[in-house]
Design a binder for this molecule. Structure first.
Ligand code: HEM
Ligand SMILES: *[C@@H]1O[C@H](CO)[C@@H](O)[C@H](O)[C@H]1NC(C)=O
Ligand SMILES: *[C@@H]1O[C@H](CO)[C@@H](O)[C@H](O)[C@H]1NC(C)=O
Ligand SMILES: *[C@@H]1O[C@H](CO)[C@@H](O)[C@H](O)[C@H]1NC(C)=O
Length: 329
């Protein structure tokens, strides 16, 4: 009697999991290229490794590119497409113009992959794997990436402008964007931890430095010695210092770790959208958790990246395998 009930109770949740999961994950497959391109992971890893050798920032740039691909009309390699006479692509949308980088690296990886397995691996999967390698090679966590995404045939500057979060938006607005994509506040806090590597230009945080929200004063939630530093990096109010760069994590800039969260507890987040995670008790308690438990952050980061990488994917007969990541076939 007892054992009969316990079997039923242990199978029931499994049954519901099976019912719920196909819509999200089941079209992608951890073994997708095992027979058709067995060296894929090694090729991507080596190519990213080589790129980091000449430009340490490239890890951050590839990670961001994957986010910008997936957050705009789903992960379909749309961010990689150049403008054509038929559509204006995403490269010149506000969140990407003068800041999205790594396109040449994706071209290189694609060329190396095509040599080993022609017309087999999508540019979207390559970008997804490159983002994982970027985190892994900068000392962060590792997660298995389900594969089988296919490449989209169009891109939209308008979608990129409308869908990507801006650093000056209130937390409520940014959270609403994540929720509209099927992500949640936890994903927002965890994925913002990507700002443990890379840089931002003055254009994206100068609103905090002098006259914050018309107060005539800097952002009060910005540490005063960091403020001085940033004011010296971005001295000009006329826009001429807009392209100058500051590290998102000034303490361990090129290392993927949980110091981003420690910085937030220090009023040392660079972007307004970083520091406001401390302005809400729910997100702040997650920040504190991740600042104390690096392995909790690593584990949750991998899980949220799999969710991000599964948004709006094209599988089966949809889309195509692009030959050149910049143009549709
Ligand atoms: C939550 C909302 C987010 C906002 C408002 C935001 C905004 C920004 C901005 C303004 C920059 C600086 C761009 C520049 O000046 O060149 C940046 C950089 C970056 N972002 Fe985000 N971001 C967000 C979430 C994310 C997520 C979810 C990821 C990845 C999972 C990510 C990864 C990065 C990385 C790695 C960089 C550095 C790029 C480089 O150095 O080339 N961001 N972000
Ligand atoms: C935040 O969202 C509200 C409601 O959608 C909107 O009116 C407001 O302009 C947004 N704020 C910013 C800074 O985007
Ligand atoms: C926080 O502030 C302290 C004191 O200003 C500084 O030494 C430290 O580097 C800052 N960052 C972290 C991550 O502790
Ligand atoms: C903090 O982490 C623990 C696990 O270590 C978890 O049980 C708890 O729910 C977390 N709290 C928040 C606010 O994320």
């Amino acid at each position: 009697m007892d054992s009969k009930y316990s079997i039923q109770f242990s199978i029931l949740p499994l049954f519901f999991l099976l019912l719920l999961s196909p819509s999200v994950y089941c079209q992608l497959d951890y073994y997708y290229y095992d027979n058709t391109c067995p060296d894929l992971t090694r090729i991507v890893r080596y190519s990213v490794y080589s790129a980091l050798w000449t430009d340490a920032r490239m890890a951050a740039s590839l990670l961001r590119l994957h986010f910008h691909d997936c957050f705009v009309d789903g992960c379909e390699g749309s961010v990689l497409l150049d403008d054509t006479s038929k559509f204006k692509g995403e490269k010149n949308a506000f969140p990407n113009r003068n800041s999205a980088r790594g396109f040449e690296v994706i071209d290189d990886i694609k060329a190396n992959v095509e040599k080993a397995c022609p017309s087999t691996v999508s540019c979207t999967d390559i970008l997804t794997l490159a983002a994982r390698e970027a985190v892994y090679l900068t000392g962060g966590t590792y997660w298995s990436v389900p594969l089988g995404r296919r490449d989209g045939k169009t891109a939209s500057e308008k979608s990129a402008n409308e869908q990507l979060p801006a650093p000056v938006e209130p937390l409520q607005n940014i959270t609403a964007r994540f929720i509209s994509k099927g992500l949640n506040a936890k994903d927002l806090v965890v994925l913002s931890g990507a700002h443990t590597i890379g840089f931002a230009s003055c254009a994206n945080f100068k609103n905090r430095l002098v006259n914050f929200k018309g107060s005539g004063k800097p952002d009060p939630t910005l540490d005063s010695s960091l403020l001085q530093n940033l004011q010296s990096i971005c001295p000009k109010g006329d826009g001429s210092s807009d392209p100058n760069l500051a590290p998102l994590d000034p303490v361990t800039t090129n290392q993927f770790d949980n110091v981003y969260y420690k910085n937030l507890m220090n009023n040392s987040g660079l972007l307004q959208s970083d520091q406001i995670l401390m302005g809400d008790s729910n997100t702040a308690s997650m920040v504190i958790n991740y600042s104390n438990y690096p392995y909790l952050f690593y584990q949750d980061f991998g899980a949220s990246m799999i969710k991000l990488g599964s948004l709006g994917v094209l599988t089966g007969q949809n889309g195509e395998i692009r030959k050149n990541c910049r143009v549709v076939n």
